[in-house]
Design a protein around this ligand. Sequence first.
Ligand code: PLP
Length: 401
Amino acid sequence: MPISHKIETIIKNYEYRNGIIYFDNNATTKIAPEVLYEMLPYLVSNYGNPSSLYKFSNEVLNKMNESREKVADLLNCSSDEIIFTSCGSESNNSAILSALQTNPNKRHIITTEVEHPAIKNPLTHLKEKGYKVTSLNVDNKGQLDIQQLEDSITDNTALISIMYANNETGVIFDIPKISEIARNKGVLFHTDAVQAVGKIPIDLQKLPVDFLSLSGHKIHAPKGVGALFVRNNIKFSSFLKGGHQENGRRAGTENVTSIIGLGKAAELSKKNLVTVNNQIKILRDELENNLLDTIPDIQINGDLENRLSNTSNISFKYVEGESILFMLDKNNICISTGSACSSHSLEPSHVLKAMKIQSIFLNGSIRISLSRYTTKDEIKIASETIPKIIYRLRQLSPFCS
Ligand code: PLP
């Protein structure tokens, strides 16, 4: 079969999901059809390097800048405040290193115990290099003590880095209040908004954050593209040094196709934000209520009033989260037991440990995360399958009499 026919076959099968029920949208999301459509010409025929000077490439540069406008529009900031990166992790690392390099006399960073490894690990590394890191605890609902945060700020504090919404529980921190405190104390503030962007409204005209990270693959754009917002009056020192791309702030030929995908995904997120998230919340709540009604000894983790509408973190007594994951996998239902990066480890989640979730619930927790592609039928199937699996696992459990 000629290669062009093979490509056609792949695209024709685009909607075919192998019967998979995908409930792991905080790990990654499917590329929206509109996003793929927007990207395809730039994968195939419009392959010019945006830095070149002829018309063929100018068209690519213009399209990339259109994407920048769309991302800025989603966040209500200026397009020259958006730097395209390779992922959320790069955006986080860039923000932290820039804040430290532009404030060489300050060596203290404030963060939380429940950050994603894309913040936790760079900060551990900096601690080993002699920086002081204050890691704030959370309460049983996964919320911060704002007073404790304020009291931790010293004259030596270079940066506060606190996530917008937690990837495991969906708990949303009070970023408007926290960023205001940082601004009043004259300390730089970064938020890892990888899970929040596209799920809750973010208005950077009103929100005094200095740096904000986002990632394409969490909002139905491809993997391998992200963005970092850097407020216009904030000094920035680039992480990747080399060519003059991204206005001299991030070297390396841009991942043009994915950037174009990210722009389209941002446009769709803005258009759908309120209605879609209301619909997702209805489905999430229906699933939770069905499970609470049919399964004894379970609890929903996190601040139920301040949570992303797509995320549910549920603990079951007397079973292991991994056993639930594998049994659901046999039924073609994809979920996770923690953050994407810890899904190959059997260590209990650092987020639930920080929340001091009772040990009897700690190991039996799963994360279900929905998207705008989740259907009512899928919720019905999961509502019937999960209780059966828990019942079977509990029959095998030595702790369950
Ligand atoms: N921050 C949070 C809160 C995340 O959930 C993730 C990914 O799961 C990341 C950062 C890392 O993003 P990326 O996979 O784009 O590097």
